[in-house]
Design a protein. Structure first.
Length: 257
């Protein structure tokens, strides 16, 4: 564990990045580049469950903590990625405190949760450190609930108050779509929603996260009290780099008469 939860609780601001290519190589490159954490995206990314282990192994020796976004709040999806050694789970499309509670229950063993017990897994050193891992889950595993639906906005206080919910993570694309202001991050409705999320988290003693598309927005959101800020993705880096270089080469071609 890379103590990402301890760092958040200590008040640090942590810069993160999305991994959506399903590649262990790009995971290693990004993890070694200076980010505090990375998010392996199983909801929208190109990778499958079978690719996850290799990405987690590649990230092991980098400074970046590895979080995984699963596709749903079903406990089977959640404990599967944790058994492989993820430092935390992000759960998307939550619509109620009941769904958030189910998601968090999937992270923790009984009596707090309903996570199934498997001792011979990567997270426990294949049985070598199960007891220590089990006792440390509440302190070490990060529970991240995405706020990107109107329904979640209506139950913010209840969601934030749940034990085991560590971060309320703002999903700008889906949230603005849900609010009917697709992509307009300057719209009063989105600004109001962000402030409401920050207030609910602060009142409950929880952290807030957000995915930004412009690195120049980092300071603005950090000044608002948001600690977990992601910008960029491995697919974006590859696509932008390839397009920029191809454009430069094409513009330099000698045109024959």
């Amino acid at each position: 564990m890379k103590k990402i939860k301890n760092r958040i609780n200590a008040g640090e601001t942590l810069a993160g990045c999305w991994l959506n290519l399903g590649s262990a190589v790009t995971a290693e490159i990004v993890g070694s580049s200076g980010y505090d954490w990375v998010l392996i995206d199983l909801e929208h990314g190109a990778g499958e469950q079978s690719d996850l282990l290799h990405q987690l192994q590649a990230l092991e020796h980098t400074p970046a903590a590895a979080l995984v976004r699963v596709e749903s709040y079903q406990k089977e999806r959640i404990h599967r990625v944790l058994d492989l050694g993820a430092s935390g789970v992000m759960v998307p499309r939550i619509k109620s405190s009941a769904e958030a509670k189910a998601a968090i229950a999937g992270i923790h063993y009984p009596p707090m949760g309903v996570r199934g017990v498997a001792k011979m897994v990567r997270a426990t050193g294949f049985g070598k450190s199960f007891d220590a891992y089990k006792e440390g889950t509440l302190d070490n595993l990060l529970g991240v609930i995405q706020i990107e639906t109107v329904e979640a906005l209506e139950e913010l206080d209840e969601i934030a108050a749940l034990p085991g919910v560590d971060v309320l993570f703002i999903g700008p694309a889906d949230l603005t779509m849900a609010l009917g202001i697709d992509g307009d991050l300057a719209h009063p409705l989105f600004v109001e929603a962000v402030n409401k999320i920050i207030t609910a988290a602060k009142n409950a003693g929880k952290a807030v996260g957000i995915l930004i598309f412009d690195p120049n927005d980092f300071e603005k959101y950090n000044a608002m009290g948001i600690q977990l800020i992601a910008c960029g993705a491995d697919a974006t880096f590859v696509a932008n780099g390839a397009r920029a270089l191809a454009s430069k080469l094409n513009s330099s071609k000698i045109k024959k008469e």
